[in-house]
Design a protein around this ligand. Structure first.
Ligand code: HSE
Length: 438
């Protein structure tokens, strides 16, 4: 059988990795796919740039339309990132009847519903394994491997840059900006690194995971995102004293009222495996009703790690080229006409446990006032820690861990605590999840 011809949009970090892996493992990949795979055309910003892989059989161009309109190309791989040009090019490729593979999480999270509908109408596939958690085959695991389960919740460290920053700050006391610069130099960070540190990138990925876990349309605009820039070394150290690590987690949970969809710094018991996922590594914990808790770990970014997922999608697409479109794995795991209208919950309705840090005057009755407010709000205390007064500081830090409570009740109680004259400044509030597989 003739090799499948592929057009590549973008020869940057992941594009270069994809060509390298396709060339190095060509025989093995052909044995798996049943056909050879040839990249025949690729776009690059600088066509003349020397490259570490063989480009002699690839037409290099700066004309992106030439790739999606190429008559011989059956599969277009989109690795240019961003959502403007990528959206136009992917829609045009689909319109031209080409299958699409993308690593673009922002594109899928924001325009996936439209893209999948167009692909369905044209009978082509859009594969996006590389969009979430780099090389970890998490889309395949949830969409196919866990297809017998009712998924209850998932929680993931799905931004390598953010995890790298938190890890380096904790282990080496390094400066936030310094670690971010290193992640940028290593090619892990997004073009706009605020996407990494403000939880936007993780929000894109979580939106995708949540849709395939629960069979709901993609709704990135309803995803709550909170970054890591306000996490202090003091909070990291108090959390450690209490047996917790602070990680930026993407959490999605199905409840009776709707689906939680949230990215924020979270305390996790340090004995959990996921609490020990450090550096740029990613991990996703998925709880299914039949299988229980399952954990997927690996490199969440990087040239060849991400290429691993791109090439796996390519093999899938090539294997199913001859399959009847109705018998393919659905884009969002559930059949398009069987998606559920479960609402995404607002943060006010989300239930979680909390870490609170307050600065209190060291005098009788202060703690009693605080605990009375919590008790009247129906908030139960799990642990409390009062640190000694530091020299020259008028207040003492008090750390409180609470049991699970609705966020609205917690916010109201925090408002009352901040209004006490014996409490200085804002209460630091970090959510806490035990992730105990129940
Ligand atoms: N900026 C992303 C990260 C790259 O740091 O995880 C992979 O999506």
């Amino acid at each position: 059988m003739k090799p499948v011809k592929v057009g590549l949009l973008g020869l940057g970090t992941v594009g270069g990795g994809t060509v390298t892996v396709l060339q190095r493992n060509a025989d093995e990949i052909q044995r798996r796919a049943g056909r050879g795979i040839e990249v025949v055309i690729a776009t690059a910003r600088d066509i003349k740039k020397p490259r570490a892989f063989d480009t002699s059989n690839i037409t290099l161009t700066s004309d992106t339309q030439a790739v999606v309109d190429h008559p011989d190309v059956e599969v277009v791989i989109e690795l240019i990132g961003g959502t403007s040009d990528a959206h136009t090019l992917v829609m045009r490729a689909i319109d031209n009847g080409k299958h699409v593979i993308t690593a673009n999480k922002a594109l899928i999270a924001k325009y996936g519903n439209e893209i999948f509908a167009a692909a369905h109408a044209k009978g082509v596939m859009v594969a996006f394994e590389a969009a979430v958690a780099g090389g970890i085959p998490i889309i395949k695991a949830i969409r196919e491997g866990l297809a017998g389960n009712k998924i209850e919740w998932l929680a993931g460290i799905i931004n390598g840059t953010g995890n790298f920053i938190l890890t380096e700050m904790r282990d080496k006391g390094r400066d936030f900006a310094d670690v971010l610069a290193e992640a940028q130099a290593l090619g892990y960070a997004e073009a706009d690194p605020t996407f990494d540190v403000e939880g936007i990138d993780a929000g894109h990925k979580l939106t995708i995971l949540s849709s395939i876990a629960f069979g709901i349309p993609l709704q990135f605009e309803k995803c709550y995102t909170e970054g890591i820039s306000h996490i202090t070394a003091a909070d990291v150290s108090y959390a450690e004293e209490l047996g917790y690590r602070i990680k930026s987690l993407g959490i999605s949970r199905r409840t009776d009222k709707g689906v939680e969809l949230r990215v924020h710094p979270t305390l996790i018991p340090e004995r959990r495996l996921i609490a020990n996922v450090d550096g740029v590594m990613n991990a996703v914990l998925v709880k299914g009703d039949a299988v229980g808790a399952t954990l997927y770990y690996g490199a969440g970014a990087g040239a060849e790690a991400t290429a691993s997922a791109v090439v796996a999608d390519l093999v899938d697409v090539v294997r199913t080229l001859t399959a009847d479109p109705e018998n393919r794995v659905p884009h969002l795991a559930f059949q398009p006409d069987a998606l559920s209208d479960l609402p995404i919950l607002s943060m006010d309705d989300v239930e979680t446990a909390y870490y609170l840090r307050l600065e209190a005057q060291d005098k009788p009755g202060v703690l009693a006032d605080v605990t009375r407010i919590l008790s009247e709000a129906g908030i139960s205390i799990e642990a409390i820690l009062q640190k000694e007064q530091a020299e020259g500081v008028a207040t003492v830090p008090v750390i409180i861990l609470t049991h699970r409570i609705c966020e609205k009740q917690m916010n109201d109680a925090i408002g009352c605590i901040e209004a006490l004259t014996s409490i200085t400044g804002k209460v630091v509030r970090i959510r806490l999840e035990t992730l105990d597989g129940k």
